[in-house]
Write a protein that binds this ligand. Structure first.
Ligand SMILES: *Cc1c(COP(=O)(O)O)cnc(C)c1O
Length: 416
């Protein structure tokens, strides 16, 4: 039968499928056959690759960015009685990691028409209990850490480091100011003023979840800037302990002759990366610069479309920064939430999957129940209400991109 190829043909465009090549598959097979499938040599290799890529001394791979975010905070001694400033406009993991540590979240609204926090509001909510600020590199665009560090310097007199001699207390004492964390779940490979994501904030967490730019199916990594007077090996070991039950010897060390005995030094967590996941990452890394380049090309096509339509969008590339091109956020002028949802349905009817990044956290039941109210975050609401995230991934063909552009333009024009 001859397939009818009319102009009306519906294509199926998923939002963000993983891009896995034969080389990742080969590496996973080799690992499966090697006799070592949990945390081991492949995980250590991926950690070295990532530290090298981020221009940092050390990286730890874990089973998610959420685990990384939580352990980053814990390792820095943040817990009950502390306040951590978090954007209202992010994914829940940014905030829930803080809650899991027993600290209090303080949400900050967006800057008007920006995915970033309103930095003047951020400054206003700093108190003597503020221990950390978490910024999020939405869509792969690195937040304004220069600004955050200047605010932190200005408020230095309010900071009170944790007392004692624990690793967390020593980190706080050495830095002697509010700590700066990057939720870089989207921004692996992004660069700002010559600095790579990972080498900008004090501690950074990346996500390798299946929908992210770089994937190990599930997974994440933490990296940090060297802190004078803090031993990186001690820091690294603390991540190993927290992520593996507080067990004094890991499984690989225990395979040495006669080395069966171990101690449990804390009743901690289980969130290590497996070598199966790491194998995916090692081979995916070989292709990563090519994948970033592909994203860059798609973004410039979408940018042209938006410029022609008069639709605003998140800018990924500026004179001094280069995003990792993770999400394509469009904002259709003068529409409300209901109209935005109609557009999403019309696109879905054409086979085009879209999303909304993000419904602000104060609109979510869990955070509403804690007393947060979206009324106090008007810029976050405004940013969300007319936003549509378009499919942006490396499995898109030129035909797919043309198809998205054609249909998005046609549908959006009805609302302009
Ligand atoms: C995906 C994501 C996370 C969580 O990553 P996991 O690896 O799934 O834990 C955290 N923050 C942001 C902004 C994300 O998009």
């Amino acid at each position: 039968m001859i397939k009818k190829c009319s102009e009306k043909e519906i294509r199926n465009i998923p939002f963000s499928p993983p891009d896995i090549s034969d080389s990742e598959i080969e590496e996973v097979i080799q690992t499966l056959k090697s006799g070592w499938i949990t945390t081991g040599p492949k995980t250590k290799e991926l950690e070295k690759i990532l530290a090298n890529f981020c221009n940092t001394s050390k990286t730890v791979c874990l089973n998610s960015a959420t685990a990384c975010e939580e352990l980053n905070l814990k390792i820095c001694g943040i817990g009950p009685g502390d306040e951590v400033i978090v954007p209202a406009y992010t994914y829940t993991a940014t905030a829930s990691a803080v809650i899991h540590c027993g600290a209090r979240i303080i949400f900050v609204d967006n800057k008007k028409d920006s995915t970033e926090m309103d930095y003047s509001k951020l400054e206003e909510v700093i108190t003597k209990n503020t221990k950390a600020i978490v910024a999020v590199d939405i869509g792969g665009v690195i937040a304004d850490y220069d600004k955050i560090y200047s605010i932190v310097e200005k408020k230095k007199h309010l900071f009170k480091a944790k007392e004692g001699n624990s690793l967390g207390a020593r980190i706080q004492q050495k830095l002697n100011r509010i700590l700066v964390f990057a939720d870089a779940a989207h921004s692996l490979g992004a660069i700002k003023e010559g600095k790579k994501s990972g080498s900008i904030a004090d501690f950074t967490s990346f996500s390798f979840h299946a929908v992210k730019n770089f994937t190990t199916a599930e997974g994440g990594a933490s990296t940090w800037k060297d802190i004078e007077g803090i031993d990186n090996e001690e820091l690294y070991n603390q991540y190993q302990l927290y992520s593996l039950h507080g067990q004094s010897k890991d499984a690989l060390t225990k395979t040495q002759i006669g080395a069966w005995e171990y101690d449990i030094i804390g009743a901690w967590y289980k969130c290590n990366m497996t070598d199966i996941m790491a194998s995916l990452g090692i081979r995916q890394f070989d292709r990563y610069s090519e994948l970033l380049e592909k994203r860059n090309n798609i973004i410039s096509k979408y940018d042209n479309m938006c410029d022609e339509l008069g639709v605003t969008y998140l800018k990924h590339y500026t004179c001094n920064s280069q995003s990792s091109g993770h999400l394509y956020l469009t904002r259709i002028p003068n529409i409300n939430e209901k109209q935005r949802n109609e557009i999403i349905i019309k696109l879905a009817e054409k086979g085009i999957s879209t999303n909304v990044h993000y419904k602000p956290l104060p609109m979510m039941s869990a955070y509403k129940n804690m007393g947060w109210d979206i009324k106090n975050f008007p810029n976050a609401f405004d940013y969300y209400k007319n936003l549509v995230s378009l499919p942006l991934h490396t499995k898109l063909s030129d035909k797919d991109i043309e198809y998205v552009i054609l249909n998005f333009s046609e549908i959006v024009k009805e609302y302009l």
